[in-house]
Ligand binder design. Structure first.
Ligand code: TXA
Ligand code: MG
Length: 308
């Protein structure tokens, strides 16, 4: 087990530290320290109108930030926490505007990762966006964090993250719950756990005030041009192929034999690797026949943004 003491000391001193979660690496800062939170925006180059998720290790910590916990949100926390689900709730008045970007809600998540939980237990709640430079794919290893922030940047190395895509974000602050960002907790799982219908609010670009500001930014873009396979040719050696189904055995073709969990866990690393290896194009295929797979909506969302 890694000695977490130096990292906890840094966090308590108002520094930012990257740490692993089950989804992607997070860039943590003390959720009660404005100057620490400002360092997150500076480090990432993050637009100031994109709010942060507060990461907790207990329900006590939720109550420091949420003004109320509606029955539906309680049910979600009981079922999916610790886990890859962020729940947006009405915020307490004292929650810093730096966290919520001036919204009257706050997003909360209890990550399902031993290191993350152990850190948060000792520091108190941490805000933690993905630990990448804004616009880069989220980091799924400590090496990715070092690529973006430099080799001397403090990062707790917990190996590769298992899920590989960011948490599902659900808004439980209004009368109808809605999914603001799809993740590995699927719409079907949310609905079967609660018996309630969830709206999907991540497809429409025209939503009047965007409910989840992060969704309007171009994300997850490698330097290589990302396209849907269409008429890309396997023989074009400057194109890397990422395919959900089976494919010919060629050096520039990676296929997942319908294993979307594996696809999701490797996607961002493949994007980064493609750049290192000098591919100028990435052609992606996600078979529609797999649309009932829990990971399908999240993969479609992230790939679509990269194609954007
Ligand atoms: O899996 C994850 O959620 C990772 C790990 C580190 O926990 N974190 C993460 O954070 O993906 P970030 O900052 O990259 O994405 C946070 C998303 C953004 O789309 C943001 O707009 C949305 O959550 N969000 C945060 N607070 C919100 C709020 N009060 N209302 C609506 N959306 C909110
Ligand atoms: Mg992010």
């Amino acid at each position: 087990m890694i000695d977490l003491t130096p990292y906890i000391t840094l966090l308590k001193q108002g520094e930012v530290v990257a740490f692993p979660t089950e989804t992607v690496y997070g860039l943590g800062a003390d959720a009660r320290n404005p100057s620490a939170i400002k360092k997150i925006y500076r480090t990432k180059g993050r637009p100031a109108d994109n709010p942060l998720i507060v990461h907790v290790s207990s329900l006590e910590q939720v109550k420091e930030f949420a003004n109320e916990i509606p029955e539906l949100a309680k049910k979600l926390m009981d079922t999916f926490w610790p886990g890859p689900l962020s729940v947006v709730l009405p915020k307490k008045p004292e929650v810093l505007d730096l966290i919520t970007a001036g919204l009257d809600t706050v997003a909360l998540r209890m990550p399902n990762h031993e290191i993350a939980l152990s850190i948060i237990k000792q520091t108190g709640a941490l805000v933690a966006p993905s630990a990448n430079s804004s616009g880069k794919p989220s980091p799924t290893s400590a090496g990715h964090v070092s690529e973006d922030f430099g080799i001397d940047f403090p990062v707790v190395d917990g190996g590769k993250t298992t899920i590989g895509l960011e948490s599902t974000v659900v808004d439980c602050s209004g009368s109808t719950p809605s999914i603001l960002r799809p993740g590995s907790v699927s719409k079907a799982q949310l609905e079967s756990a609660t018996g309630v219908k969830f709206k999907e609010s991540f497809n429409s670009k025209d939503s009047h005030a965007p409910k989840s500001p992060g969704q309007k930014y171009t994300h997850y873009k490698p330097a290589a041009n990302v396209i849907w396979t269409g008429d890309a040719e396997y023989l074009d050696e400057s194109t890397l192929f990422l395919l959900s189904g089976r494919a010919p055995d060629m050096p520039n073709v990676i296929s997942y034999n319908n294993d979307l969990d594996q696809f999701a866990s490797e996607l961002y690393d493949r994007f980064r690797q493609a750049d290192h290896k000098g591919y100028t194009q990435i052609a992606v295929e996600l078979n529609e026949n797999l649309s009932s797979h829990p990971m399908y909506a999240a993969l479609l969302n992230r790939i679509s943004k990269a194609v954007g």
